[in-house]
Design a protein around this ligand. Structure first.
Ligand SMILES: [Zn+2]
Length: 518
């Protein structure tokens, strides 16, 4: 039997600030709020919502979390799942006209994934490689934009030339979109190596500044906790009757497990090196360095230097002017062909960082009901969850099993924060969504219409609607207004279920809130 003082309900407030995550969880014992947790607060780069400006979100958080004692709004736990702008933009100290919006809050602990821990050697190695990846992508993106004007001119005289130019523009825009996840602005200040650096030598991606500020907020508050998969959060850090299981991000050392058939981390963050993308990073960085260096830089040419000419030398020679640089010989040019895999690389890098998401399963011990918050975890992370089992750490009933598996947790999920905004590659089927069989399952998707093509992914939406019997709440997409679920009963839902659902649902201009009852 669980203690009488156990948490018996959780209000999950999904803010509607645009394309990005911002979730406030309030844990209640009866009518008393005993614990609060904020998971992420971000938005797609270079966007803002006119309907729900971020100021309204911050005001709502302050009003909701205001405390009697010192007047400061209190967040017991602030979680930053991973280093993407649409998750941590508003933790930045000075973006979007707001000055350090969370500086005014009294923050208990900050919870981060082990991949953010500067004292973890594996994390340091991964992050330095990811940073190289962002630098290589920045360089390639800038180069693609330089190339665009030439290509538009060259293709003008071709049959279907207009379509080629349009396709290239679209391609470049898509790369810029991916760049936006890192908060990378256009590369105005370029270092010697052709890549924009911060003064201290690191790549200037604003997500890094935002994450640094999260760490500062934690240190100014009650401290930082880093979590590894397969562990549970210490009961001292939680209210009675709540268990929290850490599912991800996976450790790459999992690869060395004796049962490789699980294939767990194959597609996780180190994937950028494992899938042949390593040469893209090294190549792009070497090209940047070579072009800006007076000294010879070896970037992997198969022939000796004496056997070649540089483009600059060739351009001044009549033979090359006639055979290579002449307008009607443009199709021969290959020196920028390596850029064509930029798109593929951008997606690999994006997936790699998504897989560093801290994944939490929050369990109400009385009933075993689970709220699943996976950040933007993609395939490799999901598969790795099944390699762990968790000891139940107190608060639970005496007749319950003493361990939990990922299957248990997924079976008992009643609230699924849909990973990666409902994209095609971030909700695993058999070992994921198909295990979410709880009759009370509700899904929440932080998403805004027309942000990215292919999001929301229709087959995923269809299956979510089946499993949730229509109880799928989308934050900011005008095509899926949550109000419609109040106005019209989803056909799969009985009238009793519909009434309960509506009783637990609040739809406000600034947020959509759903209450889970134990
Ligand atoms: Zn995201």
């Amino acid at each position: 039997m669980a203690k009488k003082t156990s948490v018996d309900s959780v209000k999950v407030r999904m803010y509607r600030q645009g394309f990005g995550d911002c979730f406030l969880l309030s844990f209640y014992q009866g009518k008393t709020r005993v614990f609060t947790m904020l998971i992420d607060c971000g938005i797609k780069f270079n966007t803002k919502s006119d309907d729900v400006p971020i100021e309204d979100v911050i005001d709502d958080l302050k009003a909701t979390l205001a405390t009697k004692d010192n007047g400061k709004p209190r967040i017991d736990v602030l979680v930053a799942t991973h280093e993407h702008w649409d998750h941590i933009a508003y933790f930045h100290p000075s973006r979007g006209g707001l000055k350090n919006p969370f500086g005014d809050f009294d923050i208990g602990h900050v919870w981060l994934a082990w991949t953010e821990n500067p004292k973890d050697d594996e994390a340091v190695a991964i992050n330095s490689r990811l940073r190289d990846g962002v630098a290589a992508l920045s360089f390639a993106a800038e180069r693609l934009n330089d190339k665009l004007a030439d290509e538009v001119e060259q293709s003008a005289s071709l049959h279907l030339g207009g379509q080629v130019a349009t396709a290239r523009k679209k391609f470049n825009e898509a790369i810029d979109d991916v760049m936006g996840f890192y908060g990378v602005t256009s590369l105005k200040k370029v270092s010697q190596s052709g890549i924009r650096y911060k003064k201290n030598g690191k790549v200037s991606s604003m997500t890094e500044d935002a994450m640094e500020n999260v760490i500062k907020l934690g240190n100014d508050g009650g401290g930082i906790k880093y979590f590894s998969p397969g562990t549970t959060v210490d009961a001292n850090l939680l209210p009675a009757g709540v268990n929290v299981y850490v599912l991800g991000p996976p450790r790459s050392s999992m690869i060395n497990k004796s049962t490789p058939s699980h294939g767990n981390a194959q597609e996780t963050y180190l994937g950028i090196d494992r899938l042949g993308m390593s040469s893209f990073i090294d190549g792009a960085l070497a090209v940047g360095a070579a072009e800006n260096s007076q000294d010879h830089v070896d970037h992997g040419s198969p022939f000796g230097e004496e056997l070649g000419v540089t483009p600059q030398t060739a351009e001044s020679q009549e033979f090359f002017q006639r055979t290579y640089f002449a307008d009607d010989e443009a199709y021969r040019k290959i020196e920028n062909n390596w850029l064509d895999i930029t798109g593929q690389f951008a997606l690999q890098l994006d997936g790699a960082i998504n897989n560093t998401s801290l994944v939490l399963a929050i369990e109400l011990a009385d009933t075993g009901k689970v709220l699943l918050f996976p950040g933007d975890a993609q395939v490799g992370s999901w598969l790795s969850w099944h390699d762990y089992q968790w000891d139940v750490t107190g608060g639970s009933g005496c007749d319950q099993p003493k361990v939990r598996t990922a299957t248990d947790l997924l079976n008992n999920t009643v609230l699924y924060k849909v990973s990666h905004h409902g994209s095609h590659n971030a909700t695993v089927k058999e070992k994921g969504l198909e295990l979410m069989k709880h009759p009370e399952l509700v899904a929440m998707i932080p998403e805004k219409e027309d942000s990215y093509s292919g999001i929301l992914y229709q087959p995923l939406m269809d299956r979510l609607n089946e499993l949730c019997k229509g109880r799928v709440l989308v934050s900011a997409d005008k095509n899926f207004p949550p109000d419609r679920l109040r106005a019209e009963r989803p056909p799969e839902l009985s009238s009793g279920e519909w009434k309960t659902f509506k009783d637990n649902l609040v739809v406000d201009r600034v947020y959509v809130e759903y209450t889970i009852r134990s």
